[in-house]
Write a protein that binds this ligand. Structure first.
Ligand code: ZN
Length: 380
């Protein structure tokens, strides 16, 4: 930790002058009031640590990267002209913010170690009781273009123009990286990135992104490659009995359909879809497809459609720690799917609901679908 108490006053480790550095002063932890020792040296960041192992929540082993990151966040906020408090303790929620910016009522957290979904959700909700906003900034361990669904669930926020996004701070390189327009393309999570020299530049970008920011339009070649990859994954799951797609496979059997043979439209759209689906958007769209086109009816009322949507939402949504309500995103995807089905001539909107115009044709097997994906001039 970077802050300790000395004679009832808070003191920051990097503000201890050279005279006091060598003295053995009675620093204590501001939380548990147990003695802490001041550690400093040429190659490490000055900090305090508990003299003995205690039950204190702040006695964890902190990495140098984490210490450096916290200092950097504070420095950047000071440079912006705001006051910034290191390791601010909020007794009412029993939490300690890495950096608190009172003027903006904002908590900045630099997350370097692994953290469970429940902890991150609980801590976020705690901070929101004492601050307007909490910004999680992720450490180097999280920096990767191989996005994981769990990570998006824990850290992603939503921005009208930038879509789903999260922020990393690369301590060694000294810059911030924004990952934005996070989306799913045929089973793979993709996104765009932009680097910023300091937090001020990044916050300004979030406040007013340039108009030109759009999700990349993926070429047919990329789409084809990803579709083939997803097809192979499904085939592997079928062969090895891995459970990723098992519920979808079983559901299809009940409708006497082969999951792997589902129409191409089930795989999503060409620019990618919101990363809001348990497993993949594919499972959700197939689930809907089976029920929209079950052969027993030619029309479906809005009431029935809404019912279908609600069931699918409960079944396929993922929980987000930073986003309180994911339903509007699901609704947008539902609308998008109906529009795509309309554009491809499967249905049309009526005054009271939808009317089925033609039934989607399923592929007979893996090989037939694979051949189609490889040779079709236009996909999705
Ligand atoms: Zn303590």
């Amino acid at each position: 930790m970077l802050v300790a108490q000395l004679n009832g006053r808070l003191i920051e480790a990097d503000q201890i002058d050279s005279q006091s550095k060598t003295k053995k002063l009675a620093y204590v932890c501001p939380q548990c009031h147990q003695p802490v020792i001041f550690k400093h040296g040429h190659c490490r960041i000055a900090h305090f640590s508990h003299l003995s192992r205690t039950a204190c929540p702040f006695s964890e082993n902190e990495s140098q990267i984490h210490l450096a990151g916290k200092l950097r966040l504070k420095t950047d906020m000071l440079a912006l002209g705001y006051s910034a408090v290191l390791e601010r303790i909020f007794p009412q929620i029993d939490q300690r913010a890495d950096v608190f910016v009172p003027d903006l009522e904002t908590v900045l957290e630099y997350q370097c170690s692994p953290i469970s979904f429940d902890s991150i959700k609980r801590r976020t909700q705690g901070y929101l009781k004492v601050a307007k906003r909490v910004i999680w900034i992720l450490g180097p361990r999280y920096e990767s273009m191989h996005y994981q669904c769990e990570m998006i669930a824990k850290f992603a926020k939503y921005h009208r123009q930038l879509g789903f996004y999260f922020i990393c701070y690369l301590e060694k390189e000294g810059y911030f990286r924004l990952h934005f327009q996070l989306r799913e393309m045929a089973g793979k999570l993709i996104g765009e990135t932009q680097n910023f020299l300091n937090l001020a530049a990044l916050l300004a970008y979030l406040k007013r992104p340039p108009r030109s920011v759009q999700p990349r339009f993926l070429g047919q070649k990329t789409v084809r490659r990803q579709l083939l990859k997803q097809l192979q994954q499904i085939q592997r799951c079928n062969l090895t009995g891995r459970h990723t797609y098992l519920p979808a496979v079983t559901d299809c059997y009940a409708f006497q359909k082969l999951f792997i043979g589902c129409p191409l439209i089930c795989h999503g759209n060409r620019t990618g879809n919101l990363p809001i689906f348990r497993r993949s958007i594919l499972c959700w769209r197939v689930w809907l497809m089976l029920r929209l086109f079950d052969g027993s009816r030619l029309t479906m009322s809005d009431r029935l459609l809404t019912g279908l949507f609600e069931i699918s939402y409960d079944q396929f949504k993922i929980d987000f720690a930073q986003i309180s309500d994911s339903k509007p995103f699901f609704k947008a995807e539902f609308r998008q799917f109906l529009i795509q089905l309309h554009d491809q001539g499967y249905l049309r909107q009526t005054v009271t609901g939808i009317q089925i115009l033609k039934w989607p044709v399923w592929f007979t097997d893996y090989d037939q679908k694979r051949l189609f994906i490889m040779t079709a001039p236009r996909l999705l």
